[in-house]
Design a protein around this ligand. Structure first.
Ligand SMILES: [Zn+2]
Length: 318
């Protein structure tokens, strides 16, 4: 099945839907809806309230009964483009991994709004890059709405007669990534374990967890794979992400062993076909994370510095 990559709600059949947001770059995230009978489960909210409301309206048009009152929301991970809209489904049970719930507290929407204000007049390459990535969104007035139920490892949820498996595969992209698998629909919603035609960004690692997560998705034998960003895919999309991670891991290792500085290494690695993926500058974060992994450094990434380096790299590449 060939899916079009168009903004809006896509009916996957049997009461499963994907919400897609081209072009899948910074903050333009996908979401999902799983329906059976009068019950529904939403996979992720969006980066701001306007976008989330637009999506919920489309879902209610498609499923007036079940999506009229969404009973369960799963946040696949802590990044704001997957949970900032939570307050619009208040009353639902909100499920996330323990690690994701903890990470959400560190950069709540209120902090993002303050950060955008502070960067408003910044004419540096960093300020301009930041506005290019996050300027289209409205963070003002969003209230941090945390999960009401957390789990570790794996758990299952019922939606009508459907069984939905929640499988924690992080830390990988972030600290608490979760896959949402609907075996009966042969569908999986992967959150940001998959960026399709866009560059994966590894905030947490270790890289092997992420590679293992890709293998896990392939082993599900599903037909439909809804990524966190980019078009709907299948096994081939999963293998492409795994290929990128393995390639960048191996190329980074060579430069680490040769004593090259991490930022130099991220500029030095030839991206080949991966250069056509969006947001190629994210390799900065991936190489930084791998260097820390190789040296056993467990500390958190220096996010402002990494954004400055991504701004530099994005500016130097066409
Ligand atoms: Zn995302």
């Amino acid at each position: 099945m060939q899916w079009t990559y168009q903004k809006g709600l896509h009916d996957l059949g049997n009461g499963a839907y994907a919400w897609l947001a081209p072009d899948g770059s910074w903050g333009w995230s996908n979401a999902g809806l799983i329906v059976d009978g009068e019950q529904s489960l939403l996979v992720d909210t969006l980066f701001d309230l306007r976008l989330t409301q637009e999506m919920l309206d489309a879902m209610r048009d498609a499923e007036p009964g079940a999506a009229g009152r969404i009973g369960t929301l799963v946040n696949t991970h802590a990044n704001g483009d997957h949970c900032h809209g939570n307050q619009l489904v208040e009353g639902a049970e909100i499920i996330a991994s323990v690690a994701a719930a903890e990470e959400m507290v560190e950069l709540p929407p209120e902090a993002m709004a303050a950060l955008m204000k502070a960067m408003a007049g910044d004419q540096s390459p960093l300020g301009q890059f930041f506005r290019k990535c996050f300027g289209p969104f409205e963070f003002e007035g969003i209230r941090h709405t945390p999960p009401t139920r957390v789990f570790e490892g794996e758990t299952t949820v019922r939606v009508g007669d459907k069984t939905v498996e929640l499988i924690q595969v992080g830390p990988a992209h972030t600290r608490g990534d979760v896959l949402v698998h609907v075996p009966g629909d042969r569908t999986v919603f992967t959150g940001d374990i998959l960026f399709i035609d866009g560059t994966p960004i590894m905030w947490a690692g270790p890289v092997q967890n992420w590679i293992d997560a890709c293998r896990r998705i392939v082993e599900m034998g599903v037909e439909t794979v809804v990524p966190g960003h980019g078009p709907i895919t299948d096994e081939r999309g999963v293998e492409a992400v795994r290929g990128y991670l393995e390639y960048v891991r191996d190329e980074t290792r060579k430069r680490y062993d040769a004593g090259m500085d991490a930022f130099e290494a991220s500029k030095d690695i030839a991206l080949g076909d991966y250069a056509s993926w969006g947001d190629a500058e994210r390799i900065v974060v991936n190489v930084d994370r791998l260097y820390r992994e190789f040296s056993g450094d467990d500390t958190a990434p220096d996010v402002p510095t990494l954004f400055g380096q991504m701004a530099e790299l994005a500016g130097s590449r066409p």
